[in-house]
Each structure stands twice: as C-alpha cells, then as structure tokens.
Design a protein around this ligand. Structure first.
Ligand code: XMP
Length: 461
C-alpha cells in the first residue's frame, strides 16, 4: 500500500514575491462564500453552542464576516436566534411604539421613559394622524394636557417601500429625526429613524442581505426533523443553510442536500469532507459550497478516537481544485493559519475555538484562581450531546456514546472584534507580501515552502 504524505499549516510558509506598493489597508479581502453570497471578510464563526448564537452572529456580520447559528437547540430556539440577528439593524421599525391622541402628557412621559424612545407617531385606530416628539412636549408642564394639543398634525410620512436614500433625503430636507411609513390609506405600517440610519451607515463593511439586514447562516443536521427545521429557518429568512455533519461522506448527507435544493430557494453549504471524492459527492448533490475539515478542530477528538482525517492545509489545497467554493473548517489557531488556508484556495475559513471565550460567545464567565474563563466544547463531546438531548427532549444512550469532542476552559478574551481584526491584519499582510490586490491574486501568487524542524523553530511554530 502506498502512503501519501500531506502537510498542514505549521509545516509550511508562504513564499514572498516582489510586490507593487500595495498598502495593507488597500487590499481587497472580499469573497464569495457561494455564487450569490458575497462578504467583505472571509470568515464564518462556527455553528457550535459555545461559539455562535445571535450576539456572535451580529458581531460577525457587522465586521463584514458571517456567523452560523448552531443547531443544538429546539427549532424555535434556533429560529429565535436568526430573528434576533435579522431585527438588529433593520432600518425600518415594523411595529413602532405609538400613542393615541387622548393620551396625557404624564402617560406620554412614562411611555417615553419605559421604552427609551422620545417620539411617537399618533394614531386614530391604525391611521396616522400626527407625530409627537420631544420638541413638542419638553417644555410642557401640565400633566393632564392631551397629546392632541401638543402633536404636530401635518406629519411628514413616506410610502412603506421607500428606499434608504430617499428616506435620508426627506429627513434631511424636512429636518426631522423620525419618518413614519404609511400605506395608500394612510395606515401606519412602519417607521424609519435617523438614529438607525446613522447606525447602519457606521458599519459600511457589514454583511447584509437584500433588505439591508445583517446576514446570518443557520445549521441543520440530517435527523428526522431536518425538513421541518429547514422550512422554519427559511421562513425566518436565514441567508443560507449549513448541513452540519461530522461525516459528510454519508449518502444521507447528499440526499438531504438534494431535498433542500429541491424544496427551497436557499444556498446550502454541506460538509464536512477532506478529499476531492468527498467534495464531488456533495457538489453532485447540489451543494453551493463545501465545508472541508475532518478532525483539525481545537475541540475535536475524531483523529485520536477514529484515526481518521486529513492534514488540513493539504485537504484545502486538494479540495479547492474542484472549483467549488471551499470553507476551511477547523484548526485555525492564529492569523498565519488563516492566511495559509486562504492562499491554499479556501473561499473563507470557519473558526470556533479562537472566537470562544469572548464577550459575544454564549455561556457565562467562570472564575478559577482569579482568572476568568468561558467553556469551549466540541459538538460531539459528551456534555454537548446530552445537553442537546435534554433541550430537544430526546432520550439518548450516554453509556454507549463514544465522544469525538472535548470540553475545555478558554481564558476570557474580551470582544471578538479585536480577534477578527488581528486575523484580517495577518491576512492583509500576507497578501501584500505576495503582491496580491485581492484574494484571487493571492491564490494565484501563492507558493509554499516546506519547513524542517529547525525551520519550524525559527518560525516560532
Ligand atoms: P476550531 O479549531 O476553530 O474548530 O476550534 C472548529 C470546528 O471544529 C469542528 N467540531 C468538531 N470536530 N468533534 C470534531 O471532530 C467535535 O466534537 C467537534 N465540534 C466542532 C467543527 O467543524 C467546527 O467548526
């Protein structure tokens, strides 16, 4: 039997090239994770229950990357996380707080305090009849004074499908902070505020869907509820679905991909595989991108338990030759690994452990000997397995379960934004060393040199 040799991140270095004077800041790191989904930062946060729920996904999308919500929850629980992300930067408030014309000043003030909002559309039934903002009532002192005596009657409104640009023009011209939206019968159907527009513009790099909301992925398994879960996640407007299976070579994974593609108009990313054969298996089923990585993850035990896997960099290089978008999943412990994964042909990298232990990762901070930590665990660890069973009310045989994931405490790291910035900083630096203005150039210009033991020492690996 012939045994191949295959290398991984720390076995190699990228070779520098004579370079035009690209500044790190000017290189373009945008990527297509599928033909139709483009993001500015080629990173996905892992669909793991100690990594990605709504706060992580929101931070990722604001930074220009994207989070994938884990599936180790009830269907409603997962849908809820997607909804939270979709509500986060929605410049149209679909159900604004309202007041009626006979509300008193004291009722208005207490509502304002309770909701943290200073201005309200005034409605008669559901019809818009005015607006009352702080300017209308801040110098009023009579607690029983009615909203109808204070409100602005000739309220400026816009049709419900107004674009963000037209809304901005109207608000600037009319010097207003709040723009109620109405249908043709003057029924209040939403509101846009200057504050939300400013917030949205502050994140110019953000990953957004066609409606201007933050992008987010959802994951499913191949268990009996997969179709129902997928349908509800599609209804919640997740931007793509990850078919998350440790062993993507199973025929069932291809069957699930086929039925998702047949039933829904949504991009599907399936995995995990680590060879061309595995990629072809999922590509043929209709997957729009493929997750590559068997066992490189920081909390993975697949290799010591089953003895199965493929060194991750070699797997990426081999799989990327298939031409379909490859998501390099697992084993990224520093920005250099990320740069090598991208140079090796990945369209993006999926990251778990590096993002665990942050403000945005789920779970409480644990203090041990004056040091703060958060838990990070593999989804095939015994605790993840049993916690999921409890959540979805399923009986499982814990005795007969061989875990292929571990659990560990990760020192608390603060905000994940800093970590993303460091990763992207490393990638940008590598791109300038390789004379690459964008990721396509980077792949084309990449060549690796193999390290000896002393080369590794010299490289601080
Ligand atoms: P990192 O290295 O970023 O890897 O922490 C995250 C990826 O690890 C995978 N994963 C697992 N693999 N057993 C495994 O063999 C597990 O229990 C497990 N949990 C997660 C997954 O692909 C993730 O994105």
């Amino acid at each position: 039997m012939e045994i191949k040799e295959a290398l991984t991140f720390d076995d190699v270095l990228l070779v520098p090239k004579v370079s035009k004077a690209y500044s790190r800041r000017s290189v373009d790191t945008s990527t297509n994770i599928t033909d139709s989904l483009k993001i500015n930062i080629p990173i996905l946060s892992s669909n793991m229950d100690t990594v990605t729920e709504a706060p992580m996904a929101i931070a990722m999308a604001k930074a220009g990357a994207v989070g994938v919500i884990h599936r180790f929850n009830t269907i409603e629980g997962e849908v809820n996380e997607i909804t939270k992300v979709k509500r986060e930067q929605n410049i149209v408030i679909e159900h604004p707080y309202i007041v009626k014309k006979d509300y008193t000043l004291s009722e208005l003030k207490s509502l304002s305090l309770e909701k943290g909002v200073s201005g309200f559309p005034v409605v008669d039934g559901t019809r818009l009849i005015g607006i009352v903002t702080r300017r209308d009532y801040e110098f009023e002192t009579e607690p029983s004074k009615k909203v109808s005596e204070m409100m602005t009657r000739d309220v400026i409104s816009a049709p419900k499908n107004v674009s963000m640009e037209s809304a901005k023009t109207i608000m600037k011209r009319e010097k207003i902070e709040k723009l109620p939206l109405v249908d043709k019968n003057n029924i209040l159907v939403g509101m846009i505020t200057a504050r939300d527009i400013k917030l949205a513009e502050g994140y110019s790099n953000a990953s957004k869907d066609k409606k201007g909301r933050l992008m987010v992925g959802a994951s499913i398994g191949i268990g009996s509820d997969y179709m129902e879960r997928a349908r509800k996640l599609v209804d919640a407007e997740a931007d793509f679905i990850v078919v998350d299976v440790a062993n993507g070579y199973l025929e069932k994974v291809a069957d699930v991909v086929k039925s998702l593609k047949k039933n829904f108009k949504i991009d599907v990313i399936a995995g995990n595989v680590a060879t061309r054969e595995g990629v072809e298996h999922l590509k043929k089923a209709g997957s729009d991108a493929i997750k590559v990585g068997i066992g490189p993850g920081g909390a993975c035990l697949t290799r010591p338990v089953a003895g199965v896997g493929y060194p991750q960099l070699a797997a990426i290089i081999d799989c990327a030759k298939s031409g379909i978008s490859i998501i390099a999943d697992g084993g990224i412990t520093k920005s250099a690994d990320f740069a090598k994964a991208m140079a090796g042909g990945a369209s993006a990298a999926m990251v778990g452990g590096l993002f665990a232990g942050t403000d945005e990762s789920p779970g409480a901070i644990v203090t041990k000997e004056n040091q703060n930590y958060k838990f990070y665990r593999g989804m095939a660890s015994i605790n993840a397995y049993s916690d999921r069973a409890i959540k979805v009310e399923e009986t499982v045989d814990l005795e007969g379960y061989t875990p292929e994931g571990t659990e560990k405490l990760i020192p608390y790291k603060g905000s994940v934004v800093k970590i993303v910035n460091n990763m992207v900083g490393g990638l940008r630096s590598a791109m300038t060393y390789l004379n690459s203005e964008n990721l396509k150039d980077f792949r084309r210009n990449a060549s690796f040199v193999r390290l000896t033991e002393s080369g590794k020492k010299e490289s601080k690996y």
